[in-house]
Design a protein around this ligand. Structure first.
Ligand code: NDP
Length: 237
């Protein structure tokens, strides 16, 4: 029997990319999975149909909607806060509202979803935040807003690890480098530049990120908390 059989798992942003892989892996491992989506109802429906997971529309940029969705999931064993967006470009030219929206989704939502998950979470639960190697490293121009958001979630992870640790709940941040998704396609315009910075010059597959998340969610990882776990093919070394 799988170690995740009967476990209650929530994935924020499960309709596409890394989140869809997380839903698939946890579902295949026997967990009861609910995932959120916002702008991609057809993709969400396809993930739900393929995996048997439940889907709920909740915009991470809307604090009340997000908190209500997390509260409705009840006593979780595992929460993965994956929903995120990227905007890149010269900060002198970036639209201020777009930057605020990024902060809403990539930072504020991570804080409020993490707190709400912890409120009802079972003892020995797991909270895993999908950050980015850009939380540690900014190897090219145009990433200031995104890097700000991914550095901020490191603090949220460390703080919640302290707050919830007495209940055996671990909180960790997984920091991918380039992963082949809609956000950052392996054949996209920046791929060659990114590969040039990496020891292993290729995009990761979303399944490779999911494998690390499932390890952190497992009983074997009970003493790993407050950490950042980087999976970037050596981009940040
Ligand atoms: P995708 O753009 O492929 O997928 C993003 C997912 O997040 C979708 O399911 C989307 O749902 C959801 N999402 C986005 N905005 C919202 C919102 N406002 N409310 C609810 N859900 C939302 O991205 P990735 O899979 O590549 O990225 C997932 C995470 O991994 C992000 O946090 C990203 O920053 C991080 N990451 C990605 C890397 C990469 O190279 N791909 C590298 C490092 C980190 P919907 O479409 O339904 O709105």
């Amino acid at each position: 029997m799988s170690i995740f059989a009967g476990k209650s798992v929530m994935v924020l942003g499960g309709s596409r990319g890394i989140g869809a892989a997380l839903v698939a892996h946890f579902s295949a491992a026997g967990a009861k999975v609910v995932f959120t989506y916002s702008g991609s109802p057809d993709a969400a429906a396809a993930v739900a149909a393929q995996t048997g997971a439940s889907m709920v529309q909740a915009n991470s940029a809307n604090r009340d909607e997000l908190i209500a969705a997390v509260a409705a999931a009840g006593a979780l064993d595992i929460m993965v806060i994956n929903a995120g967006i990227a905007i890149m470009g010269d900060p002198l030219a970036l639209d201020a509202d777009a930057v605020d929206r990024l902060i809403d989704i990539n930072v504020r939502a991570v804080y409020f979803a993490g707190v709400e998950a912890g409120r009802q979470m079972n003892d020995n639960g797991r909270i895993i935040i999908i950050g980015s190697v850009n939380g540690d490293r900014v190897p090219s121009a145009g990433f200031t807003a995104y890097a700000l958001s991914k550095s901020a979630v490191q603090g949220i992870g460390r703080g919640l690890a302290r707050d919830f640790g007495p209940r055996g709940i671990t909180v960790n941040v997984v920091q991918p480098g380039p992963v082949d998704t809609d956000m950052n396609p392996a054949n996209g315009p920046m791929a060659k530049m990114m590969h040039g910075m990496m020891a292993i010059p290729r995009h990761a597959h979303a399944d490779e990120v999911a494998a690390l998340v499932l390890f952190l969610a497992s009983p074997a990882a009970a003493m790993i908390t407050g950490t950042t776990q980087t999976l970037d093919g050596g981009l940040g070394i």
